[in-house]
Design a protein around this ligand. Structure first.
Ligand SMILES: [Zn+2]
Length: 221
């Protein structure tokens, strides 16, 4: 029997978002991405003035204030768990303090023992490769991730079109992203869940299918 609160953690390019979505779909859980919650709030006509202001500041490059993260994510978690639906949290926890705040919130609601953290592990080097070497089909726009199963493809598996490198960001920007969201930053969060005895780790270098199977194995113990 798996836990009701699954927290996915992994560096950029690890595929944790893909895996979180797959798992939510397979288990009938709700996938909760804080990025999606912010995007939804931005078009929500009932957003408060304070929330709107925080979103404006976010656009200008400021960090999302903790109260907004908690306000949106906690509400969504509670809504689903109260209705008996498990949740998969994706990208919700960015530092140790947030991990502790989430845990307090879970305990306050009687879900202290319902937490399982899943680390999709990937080295910073592999993370960099995946973000700089993924390709896109020049004909149909299909994105080809840099994975063992796809890195040697010479043409689009969907339409046969030519594959070209997809460079959204400069290597400098990607390096900075890995510096901020990579293993160095994740380490205290992972330690925290490990000390709580709720951390499981899967090897993110494998194919999407293999990682998915491995996750299903570890969350059902
Ligand atoms: Zn194509």
């Amino acid at each position: 029997m798996s836990k009701k609160i699954l927290i996915f953690i992994g560096p950029p390019g690890s595929g944790k978002g893909t895996q979180a979505k797959l798992l939510a779909k397979n288990y009938g859980y709700k996938h909760i991405s804080t990025g999606d919650l912010f995007r939804a709030l931005a078009v929500d006509q009932n957003a408060s003035e304070k929330e709107k202001q925080a979103l404006e500041e976010m656009k200008a490059g400021k960090l999302v204030p903790d109260w907004l993260v908690y306000g949106l994510a906690f509400k969504e978690v509670k809504k689903n768990l109260d209705a008996g639906v498990g949740v998969v949290l994706d990208g919700a926890i960015r530092n140790l303090e947030q991990a502790q705040e989430y845990q307090k919130f879970f305990e306050k609601n009687g879900w202290g023992n319902e937490v399982q953290a899943v680390e999709v592990s990937l080295s910073d080097e592999e993370s960099f490769n995946r973000l700089t070497k993924r390709r896109i089909c020049s004909k149909c726009g299909e994105i080809i991730p840099y994975l063992p199963s796809t890195k040697d493809l010479v043409s689009c598996p969907k339409c046969g079109g030519e594959l070209v490198l997809r460079k959204d960001d400069s290597e400098e920007v990607i390096k900075e992203r890995i510096e901020l969201q990579g293993n160095k930053t994740l380490s205290p969060i992972l330690n925290y869940f490990s000390q709580n005895g709720v951390l499981t780790k899967v090897d993110g270098t494998k194919s999407i299918d293999e990682v998915e199977k491995e996750i299903q194995k570890v969350i059902n113990v």
